[in-house]
Each structure stands twice: as C-alpha cells, then as structure tokens.
Design a binder for this molecule. Structure first.
Ligand code: C2E
Ligand code: CA
Ligand code: CA
Ligand code: CA
Length: 282
C-alpha cells in the first residue's frame, strides 16, 4: 500500500540516518554547552496592566552556539528532553535565574513590589525528587523569599496522575514557591482541575489574545476565562500581547497581568537590568 511504501522509504532514507547522526552530535554539543556556560537567559517583562509597571520577568533560555550563533529553545529543549539532558539544563536555568534575581534585589531594582522570577520547568523535572532539593538549595543559597520564584509548568506536566509528580508538586508547594500553569487552554478542556491542584497562577496561552482582533465576540469569551481564573483564587497572566489595543481590551475586562512583544521582547540580562533601573512603564 501507499503508506507501507512511505514507511519503507523512511527506513532507507539516507537523510534519516543523517538526522540521527546530527541528533547525536547536537546532544554532545548541548552537554558541553551546559557545562561551559554557552546557555544564556533572556528576560521578558510581565506587566501589571492597571499601572503599566513591571511586576515580574520570565526567564527564557537560549543557546549561544560558538558556530551556529543564538539558537532558540524550540530547537534544543526537545533534544534535551529526549536525551535526558533536561535535568541538567533545568538545574542550570534555576541557578542562573535565582542568581540574577538575587543581584536585582541586591541593587534594589525589584524588592519594592513583590517582583517574581518565573522559570519554565519541564515535565521530566517533576519526575525527580532531586528537583525539589535543587529548588530548596537555590533559595537557601540566595536567601530569596520562596514566593519570589514561580515555576511555570504545562497543563500536561501538572495533570499527571502518577504519585511521584503529585508528591513533587505538593513538596514544591510546601516550599512556598509559586506554581503556574503555562499555555493554559491548549491542553485539557476541563477547567475543573484548577480548583484541585496546588497552583497559584495561570498563564493563558497567546492564541486567545491573538484571536481577539479577528472576532469581536472573543472578548466576552476572554472575560469568562478571566472570571473562572479569578473565582478559583488564581492570578491570570495573559501572554502574547502585541498591541496597545490588545492590552487595553484585556484591561477593560479586568485582566491584571500581561506579557508580550508590546511590552517588550525577551532581552539579555544587562539590557533587562537597564529597563528595570529606568522603571519603564507602559
Ligand atoms: P513559553 O514558555 O510559552 O514562552 C513564551 C514564548 O513566546 C517565548 O518564546 C517568547 O519569546 C514568546 N513570546 C513572548 N511574547 C510574545 C508575543 O507577543 N508574540 C509571540 N508570537 N510570541 C511571544 P521562546 O523564548 O522561543 O521559548 C519557546 C518555548 O521554549 C517556551 O514557551 C518554553 O516552552 C520553552 N522554554 C524556554 N525557556 C525554557 C527553559 O529555560 N526551560 C524549559 N524547560 N523550557 C523553556
Ligand atoms: Ca513559559
Ligand atoms: Ca506560554
Ligand atoms: Ca510553550
């Protein structure tokens, strides 16, 4: 049959072999990259919509490759997850992010209004008890208040039914760090779980904001989502805000926090630090 033919073709396709070799090479280079500090964190502001002030930042990792230049996370996070390097990468991100936050606080750039550093945590990290220790150590070493660190997890990572994940989540919650569901609205259709999980915040996926301009009934839909989030006692953060109109529309329906290119693209540490010291508002 046709599909059989395709499968056969795949097995003998020289480009598949090449892809596998390339994959192996990338894994090796990535391992080296983590150890030799080729990774770098960029920071994107999270803005309080009512005042236009920066209330937090999301750390987004990039790979500053000596030959290939700056590589975006979508190109190496999946490789890290598939190869088991993700735990080491996650540890690097955690340490770099809390160290940056410690410096900002030391220079009084963030202490004043409950600023939080948000980092992305992979589902695989929840599977290791070591991760909880890493977070505890990172807080102890830097002396940061636990609530100043927020861990962003995808719905699928957070709604695992296995014991270990639930235990890890509960342990992290007990440490006092913030837990946030990332890409909210893209995974599970039921919102019932929101009330049952030990989470503090929800990052609404950017697809909701991006459909706003196409359809005027969409705003009512977004208002309903915001209401559900608030009625569960959670903070809602709206991502993917690219225009002043989108920011204003969200403000008009009671959304409190936003993130997106309109407020600022992710920036390297020193440039984001400048933004903080200028107390930029929108
Ligand atoms: P994410 O957690 O959903 O991060 C938001 C992504 O949207 C970022 O892409 C950000 O640059 C981009 N973005 C921000 N504002 C806008 C906007 O207004 N419009 C549009 N179109 N995009 C916007 P980035 O940095 O390429 O990261 C992609 C994904 O890689 C992240 O999605 C996250 O899942 C993953 N990732 C990034 N850093 C880390 C990390 O340190 N650890 C792990 N495990 N995953 C990470
Ligand atoms: Ca995120
Ligand atoms: Ca997201
Ligand atoms: Ca994502």
């Amino acid at each position: 049959s046709k599909s059989e033919g395709r499968n056969k073709l795949k097995v003998f396709d020289p480009s598949t072999l090449h892809a596998r070799q390339l994959q192996r090479q990338i894994v090796g280079e990535l391992r080296e990259a983590i150890r030799s500090d080729q990774l770098v964190l960029f920071y994107q502001p999270i803005v309080e919509l009512a005042t236009g002030r920066i209330e937090g930042s999301e750390a987004l990792v990039r790979w500053n490759h000596p030959v290939r230049g700056l590589i975006m996370p979508d190109h190496f996070i999946p490789v890290a997850e598939a190869s088991g390097l993700i735990a080491e990468l996650g540890r690097w991100v955690l340490r770099a992010a809390v160290e940056q936050l410690r410096q900002w606080r030391e220079n009084s750039l963030t202490a004043q209004h409950g600023f939080s550093m948000r980092i992305n945590v992979s589902a695989a990290d929840l599977q290791s008890l070591e991760f909880v220790d890493d977070v505890r150590d990172a807080l102890a070493k830097t002396g940061l208040p636990p609530e100043s660190l927020v861990l962003e997890l995808t719905e699928s990572a957070i709604i695992q039914n296995n014991e270990l994940d639930r235990y890890t989540l509960a342990s992290l919650h007990r440490l006092g760090v913030g837990l946030e569901i990332d890409d909210f609205g893209t995974g599970y259709s039921s919102m019932g779980y929101l009330r049952k999980l030990p989470v503090d915040a929800v990052k609404v996926d950017r697809q909701f904001v991006q459909e706003l301009s196409k359809d005027s009934t969409q705003l009512g839909f977004l208002a309903a989502i915001q209401q559900v989030i608030r009625s569960c006692g959670l903070q809602g953060i709206w991502e993917g805000i690219e225009t002043a109109e989108q920011a204003e529309a969200l403000r008009s329906i009671g959304c409190t926090s936003g993130q997106g290119y309109y407020f600022g693209r992710p920036l390297p540490g020193p440039e984001f630090t400048d933004q903080l010291s200028q107390q930029q508002t929108w």
